[in-house]
Write a protein that binds this ligand. Structure first.
Ligand SMILES: Nc1ncnc2c1ncn2[C@@H]1O[C@H](COP(=O)(O)OP(=O)(O)OP(=O)(O)O)[C@@H](O)[C@H]1O
Ligand SMILES: [Mg+2]
Length: 337
């Protein structure tokens, strides 16, 4: 009922009574239940709030326990890997040393056919040894990234991206185009060096060598995803606001504004059933000998070391949709002198 004091809720009951003369009278009363209704509504809202709080705290605990499990798994894999890599390194040093001695022996051989065969064999051992050494270095880089306290070399992000693009060009075949979209304009001199010395909203606080490694790994994966087809790898630096999502690598809930650095391709895309394994060390879908599966786990370690997180947009259903790795970093304002 609408009154001068506002809306009031009334509740009424009535019961009939038959009188001797055959007529009926009604007994009843009406009460104002507005306060009761308000109390009930308040209690319900309070119960709902408590239930929501419980759900949120349960979800936070689940995320935390997933993160702890993941970190423990990575730590034990890291320890195991670094032990193996270390021992393997020593054995390899011994093998390559003996191979070099054989190369010296080959130089002294006068029999041309024998000399050529020995040179060929030692060269193959040398190449295989080099591949093994690269692999060990990758394993050691993966293991050391958390441990080594190195001096951080921070440069303007755009400058690092330009350096990486210049370096990548020869590693990509002509059928792959590189595109760079930036929303923060800094001038570059003829050598590709940043010459504008003021602040830039889209900077990331990250070690230059780490960012090199991150972008190179993502670009090489993008190249491999395009296989023999032609395509474009798109690097983009941007600011994004009001992001509400979960990091694919560490499951942390992300809520807020970030600087986004993305690497996109129009390659084969990633099957949704493997996306949760992408950042696991040694996870690869490449044939034996072509991938170690340490690229993305290294990327994840380096991105998180700088307070960043990772999202992956990918689809195999739409033609040439490809994959975009989106790295989200906390925004900073830096001044370079
Ligand atoms: N851009 C991409 N498009 C499609 N699949 C990708 C892409 N990037 C990564 N992947 C998938 O993720 C897997 C893991 O990548 P990761 O870089 O960790 O290892 P890898 O490339 O297989 O080996 P490497 O250690 O040599 O980098 C790849 O094997 C591939 O299946
Ligand atoms: Mg890779």
């Amino acid at each position: 009922m609408s009154t001068k004091k506002g809306l009031r809720w009334l509740s009424g009951t009535a019961s009939p009574e038959r009188l001797d003369d055959g007529s009926t009278i009604w007994h009843g009363f009406i009460s104002d239940i507005t306060t009761l209704k308000e109390t009930l509504a308040f209690q319900n809202a309070e119960k709902e709030r408590q239930a929501n709080e419980l759900i949120q705290s349960y979800e936070r605990n689940m995320v935390l326990s997933r993160q702890v499990n993941h970190m423990q798994k990575l730590e034990s894999i890291g320890r195991l890997t670094s032990g193996i890599a270390h021992d393997f390194n020593n054995i390899l040093a011994c093998m390559t040393g003996y191979n070099e001695m054989n190369q010296d022996v080959a130089n002294d051989i006068t029999n041309a056919a024998l000399k050529a065969e020995l040179e060929h064999n030692t060269e193959q051992i040398h190449l295989a040894g080099k591949r093994a050494m690269d692999l060990i270095n990758k394993m050691l880089t993966y293991c050391r990234q958390e441990i080594v306290e190195k001096e951080i070399n921070i440069k303007p992000t755009q400058e690092i991206i330009h350096e990486v693009l210049n370096m990548l060009r020869p590693a990509l075949t002509n059928r792959i185009k590189i595109e760079y979209l930036n929303l923060c304009h800094i001038n570059y001199d003829d050598c590709g060096t940043c010459v504008k010395q003021d602040s830039c909203e889209t900077d990331i606080e990250i070690d230059a060598i780490d960012l090199h490694q991150i972008l190179t790994n993502l670009a090489v994966n993008a190249r491999d995803a395009m296989k023999e087809h032609s395509g474009t790898i798109t690097f983009a630096l941007n600011t994004v606001t009001n992001i509400k999502t979960i990091c694919l690598a560490c499951s942390e809930i992300l809520d807020g504004d970030f600087v986004e650095l993305s690497v996109g391709d129009n390659g084969a895309g990633i099957e949704s059933k493997i996306t949760h394994r992408l950042f696991d060390p040694f996870f690869t879908t490449k044939p034996q000998g072509e991938g170690t599966g340490l690229g993305l786990s290294t990327v994840s370690g380096l991105v998180h070391k700088s307070g960043g997180h990772i999202l992956v947009d990918s689809s195999q259903n739409e033609l040439n949709h490809g994959t975009t790795f989106r790295l989200l970093f906390p925004p900073i304002l830096t001044e370079y002198r």
